[in-house]
Design a protein around this ligand. Structure first.
Ligand code: AMP
Ligand code: ZN
Ligand code: FE
Ligand code: FE
Length: 282
């Protein structure tokens, strides 16, 4: 049985490896199809498709959009979307701009805590318009302030930590609608991050389905076998598609590998055709 990986980040957002490097890792891991799902940007897709044609890996156009739902950030993945869609690109530009509003405020808080860094340093390391907290974490690592991204988030950057600044985010139903409007299938990413009771998650997913949610990311690097089973039964019960991916980021999540997650991830290839069909039907 072949494996796929429908959740990958590159240097076009907060991943630390280029699109071509990620494609090479995928080949090495035996991945036959993948989606590049950078945050708020689709610039990696043409390069991935070119590399995929050479490596014989199918590249599905993808994106990941953050949204806010009460206390939680819900990430909505989009698959098989028209990544050239003008309205979608306009919306993503607004989201990237909100990053440039928020990040200097994070840097300001870090400065107040006595840490010497500038937003220019962060932008220069990032080298993309989709700048995220993992880039700030990497600058802190390079300066020796922390030894890992985990330490940077735990000490400074995570929600509730002293340098946290919230970002202006759409509602989940907006992110879902934006992906649908571009012909894509919206999927709830890593449900384990949702800060809700189990019943709360059920209700939320049911509500989002009414707005057009098409699937749930059941297979994920940090899901336990029990969580995977649980999300699988939720997807079945609500007649939602099942997807999966590693959420590879490179150096900020050093324990996660393309196609293999923490070693035990295997997203089956047979999940792809139902997703493809849902996109063409939508
Ligand atoms: P941002 O998009 O700027 O809000 O940053 C959020 C991103 O940071 C998420 O998509 C994760 O990839 C990453 N992230 C969140 N928590 C951690 C952590 N503890 N260690 C490494 N990366 C993290
Ligand atoms: Zn990320
Ligand atoms: Fe995410
Ligand atoms: Fe992600």
């Amino acid at each position: 049985m072949n494996r796929i990986d429908l959740h990958l980040h590159t240097t076009h957002s907060d991943g630390s490896f280029t699109t071509s490097e990620v494609m090479a890792f995928a080949k090495e891991a035996g991945v036959t199809a993948l989606a590049i799902t950078d945050h708020d940007i689709v610039d990696g897709i043409p390069e991935a498709m070119a590399a995929g044609a050479l490596l014989n890996i199918e590249v599905i156009p993808g994106v990941e959009i953050s949204s806010r739902y009460g206390e939680s950030e819900l990430h909505i993945l989009g698959y098989f979307l028209d990544w050239t869609d003008a309205t979608l690109n306009q919306r993503m530009m607004t989201l990237r701009d909100s990053r440039h509003t928020r990040n200097p405020q994070i840097v300001g808080k870090l400065n107040e805590l006595g840490i010497d860094l500038t937003y220019e340093e962060v932008r220069s390391l990032a080298g993309t318009e989709s700048v995220g907290r993992p880039h700030i974490a990497r600058v802190l690592m390079n300066k020796g302030v922390v030894i890992s991204a985990k330490e940077a988030f735990d000490r400074y950057l995570a929600d509730g930590r002293p340098a946290y600044v919230p970002r202006e985010l759409p509602k989940p139903e907006e992110a879902v609608a934006w992906i649908r409007a571009a012909g894509g299938v919206p999927v709830l990413a890593h449900p384990t991050w949702v800060k809700q009771s189990r019943e709360g998650l059920d209700r939320l997913v049911e509500q989002l389905k009414a707005f057009g949610l098409g699937g749930i990311e059941v297979h994920y690097s940090t899901h336990s076998p029990r969580q995977t089973e649980d999300y699988l039964s939720l997807a079945k019960r609500l007649d939602l598609l099942v997807t999966g991916g590693s959420d590879f980021h490179g150096v900020t999540k050093p324990d996660i590998a393309v196609g293999r997650g923490r070693g035990d991830l295997k997203v089956p290839e047979r999940l792809l055709d139902p997703l493809r069909k849902a996109a063409s039907a939508g």
